[in-house]
Design a binder for this molecule. Structure first.
Ligand code: SF4
Ligand code: SF4
Length: 452
């Protein structure tokens, strides 16, 4: 870090909160490979968009890395075998984090197999045009690894009439506890930069800016050391503040541009990618390979061996957590970070492409929704915290009165991205974010009924 950096007031966005970070549990631990579970369950819908379609049969042997399902449309990606083994079921329903049962391809892993990746053709990405690059990214099964799981190739091909001038690379990792992106920036810097080069070429953007929270200045230093001074890529430290890693917040902080209400970053000439996605792109696309594993932070007060584990897609949480020495009796298991993650009821939920972390709380610390809720005292803390200037107190009142439509029409409910800041600061323990999630889903159902 240079002195200018030290005294410089870091870029950021208005409002937000500063939850305890708890990153010290895993930030210093290098990425370690997980063993293979005896059986892997590869859900066909791990991304936003159409589910993938199986292309294997029950009983078929598959090689690690082999495509086992094809993309189900443009906004969709294929799936690849995370291990060498035999397909024992297709379309088997397994529980998802959201509680629904989802179809999956089940692979019994060959225990004695050395598990080399047996699929992939070296590809000269330098000679590819943007459309070919986008097709190669889709063939790799790439989705946003920061949690959104949006197919990466779609953002490479902006809608008609939109031009991408800047690519923002998200290295904020603002959720407490999670450190997988931090380790990737430190340990896979060259792959990260190779992925960014590819995205610059595919989008035609003139520059890329990597935004990293200033609690990870070692990553900033390391990335900057590899960047030529006059190149199109730069790395900026931004203020450590939640939710700095939300794409709209990061765009505001770095570019002082605002994504319009109901719009997407491409509307203002920006495409946003996560650092983990870039590192995987940089690794997989030149080798013509598919995404079969990802780094997952496994941590929390109930985990004895916390760490960043390179985990095969389809690994059941129980296997992962037992490997990490988690005490599971009565524990609360959160998929993702504690702010935007989801509590899971069943440990046969599996690691999918969008799972960046698993946080486990022992019974004494579990927040299972049993807090006493008091009436709103109109303190205004939620308005101060909301990063997009909504009025969570008013929205909360309307939710209590079941005036869901009014929430959307008059108070911009649909702009709420469920960051959790308002609930976090509310002294009355009002589960505002939960109310908003429910209100949005009721509005969606009503709209669907009207449409039908
Ligand atoms: S959950 Fe929604 S309303 Fe609450 S602070 Fe976040 S964006 Fe604002
Ligand atoms: S933080 Fe809670 S108590 Fe305060 S105004 Fe918002 S909803 Fe009311």
């Amino acid at each position: 870090m240079n002195l200018l950096d030290f005294f410089h007031r870091r870029k950021t966005f208005p409002h937000g909160i500063h939850p305890d970070e708890h990153k010290e549990l895993t930030a210093g631990l290098p990425i370690r490979r997980m063993p293979f579970a005896p059986t892997l369950y590869v859900p066909l819908a791990q991304h936003i968009g159409a589910p993938a379609r199986p292309i294997v049969k029950v009983g078929q042997e598959v090689v690690r890395g082999e495509p086992i399902a094809e993309a189900g449309g443009f906004v969709s990606v294929p799936m690849h075998a995370p291990a060498t083994g035999r397909v024992t079921a297709i379309d088997r329903l397994i529980p998802s984090a959201a509680g629904r049962k989802v179809p999956a391809i089940v692979i019994d892993v060959y225990e004695a197999d050395p598990q080399q990746v047996g699929w992939g053709i070296d590809t000269d990405t330098a000679s590819m045009d943007p459309k070919q690059l986008a097709a190669a990214v889709q063939a790799a099964g790439m989705v946003g690894l920061g949690g959104a799981a949006f197919p990466s190739h779609v953002k490479l091909l902006p809608p008609e009439g939109k031009v991408i001038d800047t690519v923002v690379i998200n290295g904020c990792e603002c959720e407490p506890y999670l450190t997988c992106d931090h380790r990737i920036m430190l340990e896979q810097t060259d792959k990260l930069l190779a992925g960014i080069d590819m995205v610059l070429k595919a989008t035609g953007a003139q520059r890329a800016i990597i935004g990293v929270e200033d609690n990870k200045l070692d990553a900033v230093t390391q990335i900057r050391a590899k960047l030529p001074a006059d190149g199109p890529v730069s790395c900026e430290a931004v203020q450590t503040k939640y939710p700095q890693g939300a794409e709209k917040m990061l765009i505001t902080a770095l570019l002082d541009r605002e994504v319009p209400s109901g719009g997407i970053p491409a509307d203002i000439g920006v495409a946003v990618y996560n650092v983990g996605t870039m590192a995987q792109l940089g690794e997989l696309v030149p080798k013509g390979r598919g995404l079969i594993e990802r780094v997952v932070t496994v941590t929390g007060p109930a985990v004895k061996k916390p760490g960043n584990y390179l985990t095969p897609i389809g690994t059941p949480l129980r296997f992962l957590l037992e490997f990490a020495g988690a005490e599971l009796e009565g524990a609360e298991v959160i998929l993702g970070g504690p702010m935007m993650g989801m509590a899971v009821a069943a440990l046969d939920v599996v690691v999918t492409k969008g799972v960046s972390g698993v946080v486990v709380y022992p019974p004494a610390e579990a927040d299972l929704g049993h807090k006493t809720v008091f009436p709103c005292i109109k303190c205004g803390a939620c308005l101060e915290a909301c990063p997009i200037n909504l009025n969570p107190a008013m929205l909360g009142q309307l939710a209590g009165a079941r005036r869901y439509e009014e929430m959307a029409q008059e108070f911009h409910l649909n702009d709420c991205f469920e960051c959790g800041c308002c609930s976090y600061v509310c002294p009355s323990n009002i589960p505002l974010t939960q109310y908003f999630r429910i209100a949005k889903s009721i509005n969606r159902e009503a709209a669907q009924k009207n449409h039908d």
